[in-house]
Ligand binder design. Structure first.
Ligand code: SF4
Length: 383
C-alpha cells in the first residue's frame, strides 16, 4: 500500500470518532478547485468547458483556507483546472499543512519542475501527477505529444528534491490490461510512492464521449489488470484495498458523495466532485440542503456508470474501518479476479438526467458582469 501509516491512522481515528458519535454524514476529503483554467485540453475532461470570464476566476487564499475551516475533512486534494497556474498556490499549501491537513496537489506536471522550488517537502504533502499510461497512452489521453516525457521528468525532479510523488491514472474503454500492467511496473523504478487509479467519469461536457467505461466493462478491465498484478509485481496503490475490490466487481457499494465535498469558484458543488447540479454558499448549507437520496447509482441517470474513487473511496474506507477482518483478508489475498461478481444496483427506478450546466454558467456570468463574483485570475496562464 502506498498510503503512509500516519495518514491511515489519522483518517481511521477520524472515521471511528464520527461513527461513535453517530454522525450520519461527514466528509473525508475536501476537493478544492481554486480555478478551472488549464494548460491542456484533454479529450475526457469535463471540468474546463467554461467561457473565459469563468476560467479567469480563482479562489483567493482566504477562500481556500475558509473552505478548509468550514469542512472538517482531514485531507485536502487541490485539483482544477491546473492548480499550478494559481500563483498563490504555495501559500495555500503551506497554510493548509500548518493547519494539520494532509495535502495533495494534482497536476499535469507541465509546470511542476519550474515551480518545484516554491514548495517544501513535508510528510503530509503529496504531489499527484496525472499519468494515464505509457507514452503513447498518456499523450493520446491528454491530446498533446511530449506531455508524458515532461510528467516523468517532473516525477524524477520531485523525488530528487525529497517530495512524496504519487500518480493518478484514469482509464477509458481503450485501455489494454497488459499494457496498463506493464505501465504500472514502470512506476516503482521512477520512485513513485503511490498510484491512484480509477475509471473516467462520463462527463456530459467532455469532448470525447466515445471512450467512457460502463460498469460491466470497468469491472472486467480491472479484473484483467489485477490478475496480471499477481506474482510479485507489487504495485503501490494510494487507495484502500476495498475500493480496488469494488473496481474488480466484488463489492456492491453505494457512493458517498458527501465524502469528497467540492469547493469551486461557483461555491460548494452539489452533490459531488463529478456532478455540478447546484451550488451552496457554505459547507453547512451543502450538507443540510442537498437532497442526497436523489443521487447515486440507481437514483439518477447521470450516476448509472459511475465507479470513480471520489464517489466510492469514502464508502470503501468506512467499510474497512467497520470491518477490519474483511480488510485484513483482502489485504493478504488481493482482489478476487475470477468467479461471479457482486450484484449490481438496479437502474429501473433512476430519475432521468437534468441538464443544468448552461443555467449555472449564465448565472455566474451575470454575477461576474455585476461585479459580485470572486476574484479575477492571477495565473501563469501564459506559460
Ligand atoms: S454516483 Fe455518486 S459520486 Fe458518482 S456522479 Fe453520482 S453522486 Fe457523484
Amino acid at each position: 500500500m502506498g498510503i503512509p501509516f500516519n495518514q491511515m491512522a489519522r483518517i481511521g481515528g477520524y472515521i471511528l470518532k464520527n461513527e461513535v458519535m453517530r454522525v450520519k454524514r461527514y466528509p473525508l476529503v475536501l476537493m478544492l478547485e481554486p480555478l478551472f483554467r488549464c494548460n491542456l485540453a484533454c479529450a475526457g475532461c469535463g471540468k474546463i468547458d467554461y467561457p473565459a470570464p469563468i476560467l479567469n476566476q480563482r479562489l483567493s487564499v482566504e477562500e481556500c483556507l475558509g473552505a478548509a475551516e468550514e469542512c472538517p475533512a482531514p485531507v485536502v486534494v487541490i485539483a482544477g483546472g491546473e492548480p499550478l497556474l494559481h500563483r498563490e498556490l504555495p501559500e495555500i499549501v503551506e497554510a493548509l499543512l500548518a493547519r494539520g491537513k494532509f495535502v495533495t496537489v494534482c497536476t499535469n506536471a507541465l509546470l511542476m519542475e519550474k515551480k518545484l522550488s516554491q514548495y517544501k517537502p513535508h510528510k503530509n504533502f503529496n504531489w499527484s501527477v496525472h499519468l494515464d499510461g505509457d507514452k503513447p497512452m498518456h499523450d493520446k489521453s491528454v491530446c498533446q505529444t511530449g506531455v508524458y516525457d515532461k510528467a516523468v521528468a517532473a516525477i524524477k525532479a520531485g523525488k530528487a528534491a525529497g517530495f512524496r510523488v504519487n500518480i493518478n491514472c484514469t482509464l477509458f474503454n481503450d485501455a489494454d490490461p497488459e499494457n496498463v500492467a506493464d505501465f504500472l511496473d514502470t512506476l516503482r523504478p521512477l520512485g513513485v510512492d503511490g498510484i491512484t487509479i480509477s475509471p473516467g467519469y462520463a462527463y456530459e461536457r467532455a469532448p470525447d464521449q466515445q471512450h467512457f467505461l460502463n460498469r460491466t466493462t470497468t469491472k472486467t478491465l480491472f479484473r484483467e489488470i489485477f490478475k496480471r498484478g499477481r506474482g510479485g509485481r507489487n504495485w503501490d496503490f494510494f487507495q484502500s484495498a476495498l475500493f480496488l475490490d469494488f473496481l474488480a466487481g466484488n463489492q456492491t457499494y453505494h457512493c458517498t458523495p458527501w465524502g469528497n465535498p467540492t469547493r469551486t469558484v461557483f461555491g460548494w458543488q452539489k452533490p459531488c466532485y463529478l456532478l455540478g447540479e447546484g451550488y451552496a454558499k457554505t459547507f453547512k448549507e451543502l450538507m443540510d440542503s442537498t437532497d442526497w437520496d436523489s443521487y447515486g447509482t440507481g437514483n439518477y441517470e447521470k450516476c448509472a456508470d459511475c465507479m470513480v474513487h471520489s464517489g466510492f473511496e469514502a464508502t470503501a474506507v468506512k467499510d474497512a474501518v467497520k470491518h477490519p477482518l474483511k480488510l485484513l483478508a483482502l489485504s493478504l489475498k488481493g482482489p478476487r479476479t475470477e468467479g461471479p461478481m457482486s450484484p449490481d444496483i438496479p437502474l429501473q427506478n433512476q430519475r432521468p438526467a437534468e441538464y443544468v450546466f448552461s443555467r449555472h454558467v449564465q448565472h455566474k456570468l451575470e454575477e461576474i458582469r455585476a461585479g459580485k463574483a470572486g476574484t479575477e485570475v492571477a495565473t501563469d496562464a501564459a506559460e
